[in-house]
Every structure is written in structure tokens, then in C-alpha cells.
Design a protein around this ligand. Structure first.
Ligand SMILES: *Cc1c(COP(=O)(O)O)cnc(C)c1O
Length: 356
């Protein structure tokens, strides 16, 4: 049976991926030297296409790491001398704060209940925090923090560096990068690729801060420090032998997405999300965990199913649909459903038939 993956990552693969993989083998990408001109060309194209798709300014840099968790660590290491501030709406935000603690930083956290109206842009950030860390789309509970509110928060705190985790909302999320200093994601969610590649997008302002900390003689990391990653990236190189194959795959998927157009991809996501939310809002036993509309994630939906998570997952699995359980303590009470560009409306409708 062909399975359809509605899991929140790894997820349903990009439809053209088998063909792209095949081409990669044919073109000897698997034996490609990462020091040669062909790799540099792939890195450069990937960077350009990502900037084009997400409207990232030209003077920002695109860096490759191994995962989003690594990106969290690198961001703290490279951009925080003493204090970081973390806005937390769930488990991934907590992980980021934990990493900062493990790296010996003074960590200030604000945990907010995503079912209570919070004025994100009016949050008071302690004066001495250097970095604001925000999980824009919290995959554990299906929380989406509106782009405009995050940008407002940065405008009100002009002296601080703002870093956002966009792992499970990219490429849907529509940020004005003018107000974003660091954004990162891994590719096994919204891009429908195999895991093992993280991407960090970094602003010139953040690069200045990295340089400043480095000059102070602080320990900002070793081979994968943001400084080292950046200086190599200037020549489309990486410090280590990178995940060349997945960079190649990302480049090809970006090419395809540019052909489709980001506007259309976002519209389709909105349309599918409306079908999903409408179904669960009118269901007699199940309901979206997040009640406040503007905080409901369009890309990772969390549904409260009253302890029936395992039962439902087994039932759907028999029909060929794989969905995710709740996260952590919510394992039994929630199901999580991905609505990335790779999940089709047709498959969503088919799956929902088994949930009535
Ligand atoms: C999946 C996820 C991560 C972790 O990604 P890895 O690639 O496993 O490191 C981090 N943040 C969010 C919001 C996620 O959904």
C-alpha cells in the first residue's frame, strides 16, 4: 500500500523527489568534491533561489548546518555574550532555552499559554538581553505567531538581535526579513526532503555582532561557529564535508517551487488549512487545541482527540495515512497533522473521511 505521510517531520516527500534523486545519481552528485567549482555553483544557486523564494535581502547569508537544533546552538554560541531572552509557547522553544542554559548563558524566559490572548509585540524584553529567541511556529502544540507581531517586537527593541525558528512553517511563513536577524529551518518538514540538513539565514547586523564577540576573545564555537561558517560561505564553501546530496535536492526543490510561485503555494496552504480546521471545528468529539484563530498554525495542526490518539492513528494507518501523535505529555490526547506543500487537498479529503 502506498502510504501518505501527514507526519510533522520527516513528512511526505516532495512529489518530484524520486526523479530528482535519480538525476543526482546520474550526475555523480554523490561523488562530487565539496571543494570543486560544481559544488560552489550548487551552493550559490541554492542560496539565490532561497532568497528569491522568501524575499530575503541580497546581503544576507545562507549557511548550512546539520539540523535545526544545531542552528539553535550555533545562534546562542555566536550571538550571545551573557544573556538571551526566550519567548516560549511549547516544547521546541523550551529546547532552545535549555541549550542556552547548557552553554552557560543567563537565560530569561517568558512562557505563554497559547490559548490566552497575548500581545506579542508588547512583550517587555529585559534591557540586558542581547538575543530574542522566538519559535515562530511551535510544532508541539500547533501555535503560529503572526509575522507582523514578531516584526513589531523587533522594531520596539532595535538594539537587540532577533532570531526565529521557522522550521515547521517555511516556506509558508511570510516574513519581512528587514526585521529578522537570524532565521533557521531544517528541510524534512515544509520542503519534503530527507532529514540531515539545517539552513541558517543571517543578516549583516547579526554578522557584526558575531565579529564583535569574536574580537572580545569569547568562545563562540569551533569548526561550525557562525563566524567560520560565514567566512567559508563567502566563497560558497563549508568548513566540513557537507551534506552535498541534500543541498542539491534542496536546490532542485527550490527551483520547482519558484516555478509554481510562492503566492500559489501559500494560497494552497491556506485553502487546505481551512478545510482541515473547518472539519475539526465542526466535529462532535474532536477540536483544534489552539482556540485563538490567529495563533492557529496553518502548517502543523494539533487536534485534541480526548485520549483517542493511538486508536485514530492505528485506524488511519490501516487505510494508508500516517499522522503524528501528540507531543510529550499530550501523546494520547492530541493528534498532529502536517499541512506542508507536499500534502494534497485530495489526500486531506480522503483522510478526513476516516475521522468522521
Ligand atoms: C522539528 C523542529 C525542530 C528540530 O528540527 P531538527 O531538524 O530535528 O533539529 C526545531 N524546531 C521546530 C519548531 C521543529 O518543528
Amino acid at each position: 500500500m502506498v502510504k501518505k505521510y501527514f507526519t510533522v517531520g520527516p513528512s511526505q516527500i516532495y512529489p518530484k523527489l524520486p526523479m530528482i534523486l535519480n538525476n543526482a545519481v546520474k550526475q555523480d552528485i554523490l561523488s562530487l568534491s565539496h571543494r570543486g567549482s560544481e559544488f560552489k555553483k550548487i551552493y550559490g544557486q541554492t542560496s539565490d533561489r532561497l532568497k528569491l523564494l522568501l524575499r530575503i535581502p541580497k546581503d544576507y547569508q545562507v549557511l548550512f548546518v546539520s539540523s535545526a537544533l544545531e542552528a539553535m546552538e550555533r545562534t546562542i554560541q555566536g550571538l550571545v555574550e551573557k544573556r538571551s531572552f526566550h519567548l516560549i509557547t511549547g516544547a521546541f522553544g523550551k529546547s532552545w532555552a535549555k541549550i542556552a542554559i547548557q552553554l552557560g548563558k543567563e537565560v530569561e524566559t517568558l512562557e505563554v499559554d497559547p490559548n490566552i490572548e497575548v500581545k506579542i509585540d508588547e512583550i517587555k524584553i529585559p534591557k540586558n538581553s542581547e538575543l530574542i529567541c522566538i519559535t515562530q511556529n511551535e510544532t508541539s502544540l500547533g501555535v503560529y505567531l503572526p509575522e507582523k507581531k514578531i516584526e513589531e517586537l523587533r522594531k520596539k527593541n532595535p538594539g537587540k538581535i532577533l532570531a526565529v525558528d521557522i522550521v515547521s512553517s517555511v516556506p509558508y511563513v511570510n516574513l519581512n526579513f528587514k526585521y529578522i536577524d537570524v532565521a533557521f529551518f531544517s528541510v524534512q518538514k515544509g520542503f519534503g526532503l530527507p532529514a540531515g540538513l539545517g539552513v541558517i539565514i543571517i543578516s549583516p547586523r547579526a554578522l557584526e555582532k558575531i565579529e564583535e564577540l569574536f574580537k572580545k576573545g569569547l568562545n563562540t564555537g569551533s569548526y561550525h561557529s557562525l563566524k567560520n561558517l560565514f567566512s567559508k560561505a563567502l566563497e560558497f564553501q563549508t568548513p566540513e564535508t557537507p551534506n552535498v546530496l541534500t543541498i542539491y535536492l534542496l536546490n532542485e526543490v527550490l527551483k520547482d517551487m519558484l516555478k509554481i510561485g510562492i503566492k500559489k503555494i501559500r494560497q494552497q496552504t491556506d485553502k487546505k488549512a481551512a478545510v482541515l480546521y473547518n472539519f475539526f471545528e465542526n466535529h462532535k468529539n474532536y477540536s483544534p487545541f489552539i482556540k485563538i484563530k490567529k495563533f492557529q498554525s496553518k502548517t502543523t495542526l494539533v487536534i485534541d482527540v480526548n485520549g483517542n490518539s493511538e486508536k485514530l492513528r492505528k485506524k488511519l494507518s490501516k487505510k494508508g495515512f500516517v499522522i503524528a501523535s501528540g507531543y510529550g505529555d499530550n501523546k494520547q490526547n492530541h493528534i498532529r497533522i502536517a499541512n506542508f506543500p507536499t500534502q494534497t487537498l485530495k489526500d486531506i479529503r480522503k483522510m478526513l473521511k476516516y475521522l468522521v
